[in-house]
Design a protein around this ligand. Structure first.
Ligand code: HEM
Ligand code: HEM
Length: 184
């Protein structure tokens, strides 16, 4: 399987970025959910610390993913797409990329505003981005939660589109993002 993208298929590195980030995002929802059901205490803080570290990992991977995308050819969208479907696909992908940055950055800002330091798995201490402020924390908390819902809605649309390509249109769109497959 080629490492680099071609204009017809995603290479193994782009696929690895895609699927590792999907797995980490699912992890984020699970960790946030577990944390929100725990009473205030050490267990909750430990769960949130894990959520923050995984979130910072996603931020780093999103930067590397975009750099890799720019350094590679990008597979073209199927030429069977109507103009409005082309726009919808591009807007959905751009929204997902934007959220890969906006989710971790609002989380990091929120933690700084709450005066809770952020570290990456206790290995790297990250700087505070803003001074402590209760109203700012509350605004960022709401923003982080609303963005999480927008992420869910956009990802559902994205998954439905991938499934439609595979099962209804029977084209290569899903297969070319999957390892161990070949394009027709
Ligand atoms: C893609 C990355 C991320 C996703 C998908 C994500 C998702 C979520 C979700 C769904 C919640 C629950 C929101 C609610 O209360 O309804 C949450 C809470 C939280 N997130 Fe994230 N998050 C991400 C990254 C981060 C990062 C990088 C940080 C900090 C560095 C962070 C800090 C927090 C904190 C502190 C809370 C709990 C807020 C509270 O209840 O006081 N998140 N996150
Ligand atoms: C939170 C979950 C997800 C995020 C954030 C995400 C993000 C993205 C992004 C940003 C792209 C655009 C790639 C580019 O143009 O550089 C993409 C492509 C793609 N994604 Fe996802 N994705 C997610 C989940 C999924 C799932 C679950 C599936 C499968 C059912 C899927 C299937 C695909 C496929 C097939 C492509 C390639 C589209 C093409 O070749 O034009 N994604 N994804």
């Amino acid at each position: 399987m080629p490492v680099r993208n071609t204009t017809a298929r995603w290479g193994s590195i782009a696929q690895l970025f895609h699927w590792v980030i999907v797995a980490l995002i699912i992890t984020q929802f699970v960790l946030a959910n577990i944390a929100s059901n725990l009473p205030l205490g050490l267990a909750k803080l430990a769960m949130l610390a894990r959520h923050k570290s995984v979130g910072i990992t996603i931020l780093g991977l999103a930067v590397l993913r975009l750099l890799w995308r720019w350094a590679n050819p990008t597979p073209e969208l199927p030429n069977t797409l109507k103009p409005h479907e082309r726009v919808l696909a591009n807007v959905t992908h751009a929204t997902l990329y934007a959220l890969l940055f906006a989710m971790p950055i609002t989380g990091w800002l929120m933690s700084s505003a709450r005066n809770f330091p952020v570290s990456w798995f206790n290995l790297v201490q990250l700087p505070d981005l803003v001074a402590p402020s209760r109203p700012l924390y509350e605004a960022l908390h709401t923003t982080h939660a609303v963005l999480a819902w927008i992420l869910i809605a956009t990802a559902v649309l994205h998954v439905l589109a991938a499934l439609k390509h595979h099962f209804v249109l029977k084209d290569d769109t899903l297969r070319r993002m999957l390892p161990f497959t070949s394009s027709r």
